[in-house]
Design a protein around this ligand. Structure first.
Ligand SMILES: O=C(O)CCC(=O)C(=O)O
Length: 387
């Protein structure tokens, strides 16, 4: 399966290589001192362990180790191989490399996003409401690099049953309930792909557009993403975070970069994880990732969740999908994926105790994972709850 990831010809940070190498090393050492990693644990009452909750809110992310086992990772890798084989042959194409209709070609919602190899598609642009104010340094790509590479796939659960099953993971859903309340809601799901020697950067940003000025704003208002790691992540290919920035409102990222003299923010730390680890990451932190000049691929499955109070009755959208007011029916409709995911997981891992999602507790039969449900996933991300 490793041939999925072609070894790119030698690339590095050019004139920045020595500074970058030192930054990665020092950042990793800072990250390992934060006290925010370990298995998901619950106390005798079933509540998420208090020290995990404390560390998550203190830092803004927590690395849950060993969440996904070897079987599950093999399922995911096989689906990723299938997705990449059936992806559009290039940006905007409706056919794949074999001349067949490409995945996502019949979707109305956005699916595949492309970037120049080792480039920065969003920094310093107006994309996503201009949330990435600074353009990241783009190392020179190798001579044999393609013009563009896939960096992001939205609506990912319609393309991969293995990813859908991660969405139904009982310990992850119990964690979502602990952080966002038992009536938590979906946000969106995505695959970030950072190919070795090719993967583009994601410029420093804070997620969320809706509630920054709200009197009710707090450290959890714009929700969190689980970031499930297929191959793990390193300082070179992983997401970096400025700890604590989820608490302080909008940060002047351009000023931070100007003060640092480069995009190597001295306050930031990398998420370091092994295959099967899942990171919970607050969307309000200042975070981003550098161009991946390393030889290791990163595949992250992002699964986003919100508090119900952050989406119910809120008019939002326009970034991931159309502007709309999110009423109860819209939330229920979008949350059907949680029900499908729980049942899909039950079928694959029958010995695991399935999660009971409180808003669906009265209708356990409704969300059966079968052929009709599969078809029902088409374009599901038109209803993402984007705030
Ligand atoms: O995975 C990455 O490189 C970027 C992730 C990110 O920016 C996000 O989840 O908001």
């Amino acid at each position: 399966m490793r041939q999925l990831w072609q070894a790119a010809s030698d690339v590095d940070y050019g004139p920045e290589e020595a500074s970058m190498a030192a930054y990665l090393r020092e950042g990793e050492a800072r990250a390992m001192r934060l006290g925010n990693r370990g298995p998901i644990r619950f106390d005798a009452t079933g509540a998420l362990a208090a020290d995990i909750v404390e560390a998550y809110w203190r830092v803004g992310f927590y690395v849950f180790t060993g969440v996904l086992g070897a079987d599950e990772l093999a399922d995911i890798e096989s689906d990723i191989a299938d997705i990449l084989a059936r992806a559009p042959a290039n940006e905007g194409a409706t056919i794949d490399h074999a001349g067949q209709a490409a995945l996502g070609a019949d979707c109305h919602a956005p699916t595949f996003f492309w970037a120049p190899p080792l480039g920065d598609p969003w920094g310093g642009t107006s994309a996503a409401n201009g949330r990435h104010p600074v353009h990241m340094y783009a190392p020179a790509a190798g001579r044999d690099a393609p013009d563009k590479v896939i960096i992001l796939i939205l609506g990912a659960l319609q393309f991969s049953e293995a990813c859908l099953r991660v969405y139904g993971h009982p310990q992850l859903l119990a964690t979502a309930a602990a952080i966002n309340g038992a009536d938590f809601t979906p946000f969106n799901e995505a695959l970030f792909i950072k190919q070795p020697g090719l993967g583009a950067s994601v410029a420093w940003h804070q997620d969320g557009v809706t509630h920054w000025e709200s009197p009710q704003f707090d450290q959890g208002t714009h929700g969190f993403n689980f970031m499930a790691q297929l191959y793990g992540c390193t300082a070179a290919n992983g997401v970096w975070v400025v700890p604590g920035t989820h608490k302080v409102g909008k940060v002047d990222i351009a000023k931070l970069v100007a003060e640092a003299g480069s995009e190597r923010l001295p306050q930031a730390v990398p998420m370091i994880a092994e295959p099967g680890d899942v990171i919970i990451s607050n969307r309000q932190t200042v975070h981003g990732s550098f161009a991946n000049t390393s030889v290791r691929p990163r595949v992250t499955l992002n699964l986003g969740f919100h508090r119900r109070a952050s989406v119910l009755g809120v008019t939002a959208g326009g970034v991931h999908n159309a502007l709309a007011t999110y009423d109860d029916a819209r939330i229920r409709e979008r949350a059907r994926l949680i029900g499908y995911a729980i049942d899909a997981r039950r079928q694959r891992f029958p010995h695991e105790k399935a999660y009971c999602y409180e808003p669906q507790a009265d209708e356990p039969e409704r969300y059966r994972w079968d052929g009709a449900a599969r078809a029902d996933l088409h374009d599901y991300n038109l209803l993402d709850l984007s705030i």
